[in-house]
Ligand binder design. Structure first.
Ligand code: F6P
Ligand code: MG
Length: 442
């Protein structure tokens, strides 16, 4: 059955191109970055730092060779909290294939192999203690934040405008602002550094002004259901005062995209559409630009310290939301495992239970979509609910620009039409979806 097939690195597919070209490019950049920081490691840790740099580079070069010569996927050896689970997953795959040889870099599911590479980068660092905590993607993430400064200022100024006049906003005006900021957060997903294989990819134009020209590229738009979910989560509290629901944002990339998510979260709280926001990030550097706890705090600190009135005001507000517990940041090892989300209830029941407490889950980005849909070769007309295969801790919405060969929930003929007009529509990052699902019980 077509839908049962995971996306493999078969010749000429985007998966093949990723494993053949994009992943080695990213790996080479990582090796260069570590080498360029040799002096820094020496200053911090002396000779031990230099040894760690050499050792890490040698482990990473070995891995690059394994990848390029299609060697078997090796078990992890770093004995960390998630090592066992990774190795069990590998064994399960080997079991499925019948022999170990077939589980190699080019003969494994794309999603698995791509996640595995990032986990192996982490292993190389962890095996070299003085530099274990070094984030090899930090330079790119901070650079992309600074290169988007103008867009960040525009966005914070827009937010200030809404917040200043919020008492007088009609419901329609509120809806209009909501739609805009949801779109800004959606298109913020264009700015990831994995699709660009680590090349600079920041927001240069005004994120607000470009919205109307991007409209034709939205293939599925369920934003009205996101809005009605927020409205129906508003209930009278004990004092009779209306309290809103909890929104969880499963973050994707640092840099401009993270700012768009923070601005959306600020708007949701300040306008009374949400009472609390729980952010979910990654516990290790992941897919080049994904948000870690450090990126999250750094971004807020930078925003606070900016030499721009509305930007720094936003940063100060965000910091106080965190202090007051209105916002919280969480990470969980499940987000950096290769598992599809339909496995979450069994493999990470604590995380699943946490997500059940939300009134709305926003899943940012392409990787989250691949995991929501199991990275299967679904027919494009298959419903999002079917592709989720039972995953649904709460009403959820994917905000994603398309960068991988999976897309469900399209109209009959829509996929074929797109393929004939623009053969790369699923991988170019030019198209986007706002796709919603609500479990029956919620
Ligand atoms: O399509 C390329 C790719 O690297 C995918 O493998 C991955 O899912 C995606 O880009 C990362 O994009 P995002 O940051 O939106 O999850
Ligand atoms: Mg990402």
């Amino acid at each position: 059955v077509k839908a049962e097939k995971t996306v493999f690195s078969a010749i000429l597919s985007f998966a093949y191109f990723t494993v053949k070209d994009r992943l080695p490019t990213i790996l080479t950049k990582v090796i260069d970055t570590i080498h360029r920081n040799k002096n820094k490691f020496f200053e911090e840790y002396g000779e031990e730092g230099i040894q760690a740099e050499k050792q890490t580079i040698s482990l990473l070069s070995k891995m690059r060779n394994e990848l390029q010569t299609d060697k078997p996927i090796l078990a992890l050896t770093d004995g960390l909290q998630d090592t066992e689970s990774w190795n069990q997953y590998l064994q399960r795959h080997q079991g499925l294939h019948g022999d170990q040889e077939s589980v190699s870099w080019f003969k494994s599911p794309w999603l698995y192999v791509e996640c595995y590479m990032y986990r192996r980068i982490q292993e190389a660092l962890w095996l070299n203690p003085p530099i274990s905590d070094y984030d090899v993607f930090n330079e790119g993430k901070t650079q992309s934040f600074f290169e988007s400064q103008q867009a960040v200022m525009t966005l914070c100024t827009y937010l200030e405008g809404i917040n200043k006049g919020r008492e007088e906003l009609s419901k329609n005006q509120l809806l209009e602002h909501f739609n805009k900021l949801l779109l800004v957060s959606l298109w913020g997903n264009k700015c990831d550094l994995s699709i660009s294989a680590g090349q600079e990819n920041s927001q240069k134009t005004s994120p607000i002004d470009s919205l109307s020209s991007l409209q034709p590229f939205i293939l599925v738009d369920d934003s009205n259901m996101v809005w009605s979910t927020l409205i129906s989560a508003q209930r009278p509290g004990q004092s009779g005062k209306i309290t809103a629901g909890r929104v969880d944002i499963v973050l994707d990339n640092a840099g401009f995209e993270l700012v768009t998510d923070l601005v959306l979260a600020d708007f949701l709280v300040s306008s009374g559409l949400a009472r609390e926001i729980h952010f979910h990030g990654k516990s290790i550097p992941w897919f080049v630009s994904d948000v870690t706890a450090n990126d999250f705090q750094w971004t807020i600190r930078q925003t606070m310290a900016a030499n721009h009135k509305w930007m720094s005001k936003s940063g100060v507000q965000w910091q106080s939301y965190l202090k007051e517990g209105v916002w919280s940041y969480n990470d969980h090892p499940f987000w950096t495992q290769p598992h599809e989300f339909c496995d979450m209830a069994t493999d990470a029941p604590d995380l699943y239970a946490t997500l059940q407490g939300a009134d709305l889950l926003l899943f940012k980005g392409d990787l989250n979509y691949r995991k929501l849909t199991g990275d299967r070769e679904w027919d494009h007309t298959v419903g999002f609910d079917s592709a989720l295969r039972g995953f649904g801790p709460a009403p959820l919405c994917s905000l994603r620009t398309l960068k991988a060969n999976v897309q469900v929930g399209l109209q009959l003929g829509q996929g074929e039409k797109l393929t004939s007009q623009d053969p790369d529509w699923m991988t170019s990052g030019k198209y986007a979806i706002i796709q919603f699902y609500s479990p029956k019980s919620k």
